[in-house]
Each structure stands twice: as structure tokens, then as C-alpha cells.
Design a protein around this ligand. Structure first.
Ligand code: BES
Ligand code: ZN
Ligand code: ZN
Length: 474
């Protein structure tokens, strides 16, 4: 992360500052009389974001709008903080402080998140890099514990990394490279990694992953990340499974190009979120026992590619009739989900850019969720969805939907009907689970084609903040 975030006790002279206030009176002692009058006149003009330009120091006053619910207030604040970035970078400021007068840490955190996430850039492939000027955020005398401070920063690093991974093109990030990047980061984060290579994947008979990989010239990988704090609160692990399709052409059921194939480097968005979230939790030494499983390959129509009509024997022995090679995500996830059984997990959450249907149903505003876990656990996850504004919408896994993936010649087929595509994909995956499970279809949120406030443009890292929030409270 090319942004340094620190928690300090003293103001530097002439330090440009973002003030978070509920009313102008809080700043009586910070401003000159003239500035204070200006602030009040702006507030009377219904301004919520006021800039006091001292020329050698910029002050930005963010007037907090209290909404009915805290999660709404802080989301507004993240967006306002992001809106500030344009002026901050135009003023060529390198460093900015946050000074909160509301006595509510949630406000400070939202402001940090909005500034830091909005300031993300992916410039690697530009020959001339136009970096944002802002490289430092200082938080003044806040009430955060040391643990909270570390987690705030490590979460942002996790999101940055997940975005980088999603934004990397396939020409750089094939399955092997993805596993190497995960290994590389373990040195900083302190998690363990085991990479299962093609030979071992064959020996394990992961039929789904191998079938999708058949058309590729690059081998598949199956990456296992583990992190267990000695005082972990859970003895049985929580497992995160991430779809790692490093590029999805659709295979022989080729996607129509140029429309739908263009962004398909994002099809490892689930893998990026799993890696990013475990990075954040491990780096902040959160007391948890967690495992990440990442099946990875590209999906392409090579000479030996798997074909519609093929019957594939999966890792758990079940058979699948392949009717569309573009429904490849469920093939590789299914193997990972049944592999998860051997750990006797307490909870398994998978994340996948799985269906266009999920994207069409909820757009970029929500993650489509399906689950067999308890209401208690799911409500906690949903709450984290609100507080991070990575919201979940639950779709049903009613048994009638299961009828749509029945096959004439195998245990199931990998394609449902024309309708309810996100749900039939979920029903497919359910066949490979025998533990409390949540499926998160992030097809709509992993990537945004146009700037979406602090979520930025392109890879969003959507899901990292959700999982870190949920698992750090788990
Ligand atoms: N990777 C796609 C889903 C996707 C679509 C992700 C848009 C991100 C944005 C997935 O592998 C896919 O192709 N799904 C098909 C499934 C269908 C063939 C049953 C789809 O959604 O069209
Ligand atoms: Zn596909
Ligand atoms: Zn896909």
C-alpha cells in the first residue's frame, strides 16, 4: 500500500487537516473569527463539506449528517471523505490529518476508509505514472486500541492487495503466479501456504478443476492458506473458499466477444478476497483459526478442452454432466468445497464471481448470498454487511430449484434453466457441502466499470472488509 497510516498525539505545525464535526461550534478554538464566520455561512448554505484555504495549510470540515442508523451515517462519511480526495490531490498535499470532534470512533474509521480506499491507484502498466500526491494519513489522538489500529491498517492493505490481484491481467497472473503472489505475501502477513500442483491435483482426482483446466496450456493450482492463532476462539476452523478462474473465455461454450469476455480477468475475484481477508486477519494477529482454499485455472477452448456433454467425476465421487463449459466456476469450487470436509469445519464461506444472473439481479449494490448455516451466524454476517456497506441479499435454496439441475445421465448437470441462474448455481454447490455453509456470489460487486466513490473503478476488493469485520468479531 503506497499510503502510510499512523496514529499520532500531536499536531504538526501547518498540517492540513480534515475535521469531523456535528456542529460548527466544535471548531471555535481552531479557527479565526473570520474563518468561523465563513464556516457558518457555508453551513447556512447547506454545505456539508467546507474548505478553509490558509494557503500554507488546508482545512476541510466535514459536517456529519446523522442518519437513522449508524451504518448509514458512516457510509455517507466514507463517501464524503472520498469526495475530499480531489481537492487534497489537486492541492498537491502529501499528508493529511484527521481530527474527530464527535467522540465516536466509527466516524474516524469511516473517514480513514473513505480517504484510503478512494486514494487507491493501479499504475503498474503506465509508462508515465501520475501518482496521487497524498501518501500519508495521520489520525490525531483517537481512542482506538492498539489492536484496532493494526486491524484498520491491515484491512486496508488487504483490500489494496485484493484490488491489485483483480486488476492484474491474465498475461501476468496465471494460476501459478496467483499461488506465488500468495506465498510472497505470507512473509509479511505470517500465514502458512501450501500449493498443490497439477500432479498432486491429479493424484487427488479433483475432476472438476482438472476438467476446466484441460483446454489450458498453463497448469492449475490449488492453494491452501492457513492461519491459526495460538489462542484462537474456534477449535474447528472457519474455511474460506475463493473462485480462482484467472481468465474465463467460457471455454468451448465461448463467451461472445467483445462484450462479456473483456473483463474476465476479474474471475479470480473470490480468490483475491479470500487471500486479502486472511492477509488482514493474520497480519493483525486476530484470534482465529482459519483456512483458505483457492482452486485456480484459466478456462479456455484449447485442443483438449472439456466439452458440452462430457461427464466429469468430481473429487467427492459425484458425477456431473457438463452442458455449458462457461459454468466452470461451480466445477472448480465444488472440488474445493468437498476438499474442505476433511478439516471438519465449523463454517465454510465461498466467494465467487459465479453468475451473470447474480449481477443482473442485484447489480453492484449487493452480494447475492445463499446458505445452510444457522440464522445466528448468517445474521452476524449480514450485520457486518451493513456496517462495512458490503451488503448481502439472501436468495433461497428451496429444493424445487434443485430439480433444474437434474441430469438424464449423471448425478447432476452444471447448467440450470433460463431463470434463477444464481440460485441453480448455489444449488449445484450445495451438493458438495455437508457443513454449515454460506455462498457469496460477488459477480456484481467484484468489479465496477465506472467509478463508484471510494470503491474506485475496476477491482473493488469487495468482500475483504465484510469478512474481516465478521471474522474479527467471530
Ligand atoms: N465468470 C462468469 C460469471 C460472471 C459474469 C462474472 C459477469 C462476472 C461478471 C461465470 O463463469 C459464467 O460464465 N457464468 C455463466 C453461467 C451460465 C453458463 C450458466 C453466466 O452467468 O452466464
Ligand atoms: Zn464462465
Ligand atoms: Zn467464470
Amino acid at each position: 500500500m503506497n499510503l502510510n497510516i499512523s496514529f499520532v498525539n500531536e499536531f504538526k505545525d501547518k498540517q492540513s487537516t480534515v475535521y469531523l464535526v456535528k456542529e460548527s461550534d466544535s471548531l471555535k478554538n481552531e479557527l479565526t473569527k473570520q474563518e468561523f464566520n465563513y464556516l457558518n455561512s457555508q453551513i447556512e448554505n447547506k454545505q456539508k463539506l467546507i474548505n478553509v484555504n490558509r494557503f500554507d495549510q488546508q482545512l476541510y470540515i466535514l459536517l456529519i449528517e446523522e442518519k437513522p442508523e449508524l451504518y448509514q451515517t458512516v457510509e455517507k462519511l466514507r463517501i464524503q471523505a472520498n469526495n475530499l480526495l480531489k481537492s487534497i490531490n489537486q492541492a498537491s498535499l502529501k499528508s493529511i490529518s484527521i481530527s474527530n470532534f464527535t467522540n465516536d470512533n466509527n466516524h474516524t474509521k469511516a473517514c480513514i476508509d473513505g480517504l484510503a480506499l478512494g486514494n487507491y491507484q493501479f499504475l503498474k502498466y503506465f509508462s508515465k505514472k501520475e501518482n496521487n500526491s497524498l501518501t500519508e494519513i495521520q489520525i490525531l489522538t483517537s481512542e482506538f486500541t492498539e489492536k484496532e489500529k493494526t486491524l484498520i491498517v491491515s484491512t486496508l492493505e488487504g483490500v489494496y492487495w485484493a484490488r491489485d490481484l483483480v486488476n492484474e491481467p491474465y498475461s501476468y497472473l496465471n494460476a501459478i503466479k496467483l499461488s506465488e503472489e500468495i506465498q510472497e505475501k505470507s512473509k509479511i502477513a505470517g500465514y502458512n501456504v501450501e500449493v498443490i500442483d497439477k500432479k498432486q491435483i491429479e493424484a487427488l482426482k479433483m475432476g472438476g478443476l482438472l476438467a476446466v483446466n484441460k483446454g489450458s496450456i498453463d497448469p492449475p493450482t490449488f492453494t491452501i492458506i492457513s492461519y491459526k492463532h495460538p489462542e484462537a476462539t474456534n477449535t474447528k476452523p472457519v474455511i474460506l473458499v475463493g473462485k480462482g478462474v484467472v481468465f474465463d473465455t467460457g471455454g468451448l461454450s465461448l463467451k461472445p466477444t467483445p462484450n462479456s469476455m473483456d473483463i474476465m480477468k476479474v474471475d479470480m475475484g473470490g480468490a483475491a478476497v479470500v487471500a486479502g481477508a486472511i492477509y488482514s486477519l493474520a497480519k493483525a494477529k486476530v484470534k482465529i483459526n482459519i483456512i483458505g482454499l483457492i482452486p485456480a485455472t484459466d478456462n479456455r477452448p484449447g485442443l483438449n478442452a472439456y466439452a458440452p456433454g462430457d461427464v466429469v467425476k468430481m473429487y467427492n465421487g459425484k458425477t456431473v454432466e457438463v452442458l455449458n463449459t462457461d459454468a466452470e466456476g461451480r466445477m472448480i469450487l465444488a472440488d474445493a468445497l468437498s476438499y474442505a470436509e476433511k478439516y471438519n469445519p465449523e463454517l465454510v464461506i465461498d466467494l465467487a464471481t459465479l453468475t451473470g444472473a447474480a449481477m443482473r439481479a442485484v447489480g453492484k449494490e449487493a452480494i447475492a448470498a445463499m446458505r445452510t448455516c444457522s440464522d445466528k451466524i448468517f445474521n452476524q454476517l449480514k450485520d457486518s454487511g451493513f456496517s462495512t456497506y458490503e451488503r448481502l441479499v439472501e436468495f433461497p435454496l428451496w429444493e424445487e430449484y434443485g430439480e433444474l439441475i437434474k441430469s438424464d445421465i449423471a448425478d447432476m448437470k452444471n447448467l440450470g434453466g433460463a431463470d434463477a441462474g444464481a440460485i441453480t448455481a448455489g444449488k449445484f454447490l450445495e451438493h458438495f457441502t455437508n457443513y454449515p455453509w454460506v455462498h457469496l456470489d460477488i459477480a456484481g460487486t467484484a468489479h465496477v466499470p465506472a467509478p463508484d466513490s471510494y470503491r474506485g473503478k475496476n477491482g473493488t476488493g469487495s468482500g475483504v472488509r465484510l469478512l474481516v469485520d465478521f471474522l474479527s468479531k467471530y
